[in-house]
Design a binder for this molecule. Structure first.
Ligand SMILES: Cc1cc2nc3c(=O)[nH]c(=O)nc-3n(C[C@H](O)[C@H](O)[C@H](O)COP(=O)(O)OP(=O)(O)OC[C@H]3O[C@@H](n4cnc5c(N)ncnc54)[C@H](O)[C@@H]3O)c2cc1C
Length: 529
C-alpha cells in the first residue's frame, strides 16, 4: 500500500470529521484516517452539551447576541448567523441518527443553561453528551460501505503543488491529499484525494496544563501553516479554571458545577482569594476565575489552588459528583468531602485555527477544515460555552454540501512522488529531543499563558526559536514517528500563538496583556498569518 486514491480524505474522527464523512460518503469513496483509535478525541470528553435554539421562548437572535457578547467584538456576523439559524436542523439529524438528548417528564428537552447564555438552550445526554454523539457517529461510519477507516494513521504533511510541480506547468495552490504515517509499519503512504478535510481538532496540548487528550497537538493547523494556508486568531486560547492538579497524569476536569454547588477556592494558606478579584466570587466568568487562580499562584509561588467542598453536605456532594469523588479518591487518595481538591487552570479550547469561509473552504483549493481546527469566525475572542460541538456539526455539513456540488478535480491527474526518507538516520538523539516537548509546554505556560506581557512574549520568542530550529533540524534527518511529528507540530503551533499574541497590543476576550489592559479598537480585526 503505497498510494491510495480516494474521492474524499477525512483527517480526524471527532464530531467534525465523522459527520462530514457520513455526508460525503453518499457521493463517493471516503478514506477516514485518525492517528489513534476512532474514539480518542476531544469530542468524546464533552460533558456540558450542544447549544441550540430548538423550542420555547428562546430565539436564534438571542443565541447570536450571546455569542457576540462572549466573542468581544470579533465574531463574524455572517458565521454566527449561520451557526444559530442552522443549529436546529443539525440537531434533528443527530436525533435521527439515534442521539437521545435528555428530556423532562412532559417530553420536552431538558435544556441546561451555562455561563454566558441568556436562556436554557444546552441539549445534553447526562454529563456524557460527547461520548453519546461520538459512539453513534462511529457506529454509522463503521457501517457505511463507502467509508474506509484507517486507525493509527497520522497525517504528516499536506500534498501540495510544491510536491508535484514537476508534473504541473505552474503553481495553482491546490491540495492533493496528504502523506500519512502508518504508525504500526512505520511506512509513509500517499493518500491522493480530490478533496481533503482537516478535522484534526485543537492544540491545547501545547500547554503544560490542559484538559485535552494526547491527540490535541494542533497537527492540522501546523500542516496547513507549513503549506502556506491562512491561519487566524491563534492568540485566543480558552483556559478552564479548574482542572485537577496531578502532575504527569492524564487531565481530569473538575466541573464548573462544583463551584455552582458552593465550592470555594482557597490558596495554600486556606484564604478565600476570589473576594480580592471579583464580587461574583467563584461564580465569576471562566476567564476571570482562571486569571485569578493564575495570579494567586504566581504571586505566592504556589503550583496550584484548592477547591474546598468540605463545608457542604457530604452525601449531597457524593450524590452530585460521584465521578469526581471517585477519581480523586482513586488517583490522589483525596476524600473530597473531607479534603480540598488541588486545582489549576488548564488550556481547554483554541478559538483560532485554519481560516475558512462559510463553506469550510480554506485559502487552498480542495482543502477544507472544520471543527476546532478551523477558524470559521463564530468564536471571536472568546468561545461561548457549548458552541464548539455545534460549530463542528454546522460547518462540516456546509463543507460536505459544497464539495458534493463541486465538479471533480480535473487537475488531480498528477504523479505524486513517494515519501523520501533515504538520507535520514535514526533516533540516537531522541532522548534529548523528546525533552523539548516539556520545555515547550512550560515556556507556553509561563510566558504565553492566561496573562501575558510584551516582556514575557519576547522571552518566549527567544527560547522558542532555539527549540523550533533544533526540532526542524532533527526532523530533517530523522525517520518520522508519531512523537516526533507531534513535537514538530506543537512547536509550529506555539510559534503561531506567540506571533499572533505579539501582534495584539490590547486585552480582549481571552487575550490579556498586563501592559495593555484595555480594549483598543485599532485591533478590532482578526490576526491573520
Ligand atoms: C473536557 C472537555 C469538555 C468539553 N465540553 C464541551 C461541551 O460540553 N460542549 C462543547 O460544545 N464543547 C466542549 N468541548 C470542546 C469540544 O469537545 C471540542 O472542541 C470538539 O469536540 C472538537 O471536535 P473536532 O471534531 O474538531 O476534534 P476532535 O474531537 O478533537 O477530533 C480530532 C481528531 O483528529 C485526529 N487527528 C489529529 N491529528 C491528526 C493527524 N495528524 N492525523 C490523523 N488524525 C489526526 C484525532 O486523533 C481525532 O480523531 C470540551 C472539550 C474538552 C476537552
Amino acid at each position: 500500500m503505497s498510494e491510495i486514491k480516494t474521492d474524499y480524505l477525512v483527517i480526524g474522527s471527532g464530531i467534525a470529521g465523522l459527520s462530514f464523512a457520513l455526508k460525503v460518503a453518499e457521493f463517493g469513496e471516503v478514506s477516514l484516517i485518525t492517528k489513534s483509535s476512532l474514539d480518542n478525541t476531544n469530542t468524546i470528553l464533552a460533558q456540558g452539551g450542544v447549544a441550540a435554539v430548538i423550542m420555547g421562548d428562546d430565539d436564534p437572535e438571542n443565541h447570536a447576541k450571546d455569542t457576540h457578547i462572549a466573542g468581544a467584538g470579533l465574531c463574524h456576523k455572517d458565521a454566527v448567523d449561520v451557526l444559530v439559524n442552522e443549529a436546529s436542523r443539525r440537531i434533528q439529524e443527530l436525533i435521527d441518527l439515534g442521539v437521545k438528548f435528555d428530556a423532562k417528564e412532559d417530553g420536552n428537552f431538558d435544556l441546561a443553561r451555562e455561563g454566558g447564555h441568556s436562556h436554557h438552550r444546552i441539549l445534553h445526554v447526562a454529563d456524557e453528551t460527547g461520548r453519546n454523539i461520538q459512539e453513534i457517529l462511529i457506529k454509522k461510519v463503521k457501517d457505511h460501505p463507502n467509508i474506509h477507516i484507517y486507525e493509527h494513521h497520522m497525517a504528516v504533511e499536506l500534498i501540495t503543488d510544491h510536491h508535484v510541480l514537476s508534473n504541473l506547468q505552474s503553481a495553482f495552490n491546490i491540495c492533493f491529499g496528504a502523506y500519512v504515517l502508518n504508525e504500526k509499519s512505520g511506512e509513509v503512504h500517499i493518500f491522493h484525494a480530490d478533496y481533503t478535510m482537516l478535522a484534526t481538532g485543537g492544540a491545547s496540548r501545547v500547554y503544560l496544563h490542559t484538559t485535552n487528550p494526547q491527540i490535541a497537538t494542533g497537527d492540522g493547523i501546523a500542516m496547513a501553516y507549513r503549506a502556506g494556508v491562512r491561519i487566524a486568531n491563534m492568540e485566543f486560547i480558552q483556559f478552564h479554571p479548574t482542572a485537577l492538579y496531578e502532575p504527569g497524569a492524564e487531565p481530569f476536569l473538575i466541573s464548573e458545577a462544583c463551584r455552582g454547588f458552593g465550592g470555594i477556592l482557597r490558596n495554600g494558606d486556606g484564604e478565600r482569594f476570589m473576594e480580592n478579584y471579583d464580587e461574583r466570587l467563584e461564580l465569576a466568568p471562566r476567564d476571570i476565575v482562571a486569571r485569578a487562580i493564575d495570579a494567586e499562584c504566581k504571586s505566592r509561588g504556589e503550583s496550584c489552588a484548592y477547591l474546598d467542598m468540605t463545608h457542604l453536605h457530604p452525601n449531597k456532594v457524593l450524590a452530585h459528583f460521584p465521578n469526581i469523588a471517585s477519581h480523586c479518591q482513586e488517583k490522589l487518595k483525596i476524600d473530597i468531602t473531607q479534603e480540598w481538591i488541588p486545582v489549576v487552570p488548564a488550556a481547554h479550547y483554541v478559538c483560532g485555527g485554519v481560516m475558512t469561509n462559510l463553506n469550510g473552504q480554506t485559502s487552498m483549493h480542495n482543502l477544507f477544515a472544520s471543527g476546532e481546527a478551523a477558524h470559521t469566525g463564530v468564536h471571536g475572542a472568546n468561545r461561548l460555552a457549548s458552541n464548539s460541538l455545534l460549530e463542528g456539526l454546522v460547518f462540516a455539513h456546509r463543507a460536505a454540501k459544497r464539495v458534493i456540488e463541486k465538479k471533480r478535480n480535473i487537475l488531480n491527474n498528477v504523479t505524486i512522488p513517494e515519501w523520501d526518507d533515504t538520507d535520514v538516520t535514526n533516533e540516537q538523539e531522541w532522548s534529548l529531543i523528546r525533552n523539548n516537548r516539556n520545555e515547550l509546554q512550560t515556556i507556553m505556560w509561563d510566558y504565553v499563558g492566561i496573562v501575558r506581557s510584551k516582556v514575557q512574549l519576547n522571552r518566549a520568542v527567544t527560547r522558542m526559536t532555539t527549540l523550533y530550529e533544533e526540532i526542524e533540524e532533527y526532523y530533517r534527518r530523522t525517520r518520522v514517528s508519531l512523537e516526533l511529528l507531534e513535537l514538530r507540530n506543537l512547536s509550529a503551533v506555539a510559534y503561531l500563538i506567540v506571533r499572533s499574541a505579539m501582534r495584539r497590543n490590547e486585552s480582549r476576550g481571552l487575550h490579556f496583556m498586563t501592559d495593555y489592559p484595555e480594549k483598543d479598537d485599532k485591533y478590532l480585526k482578526d490576526t491573520i498569518i
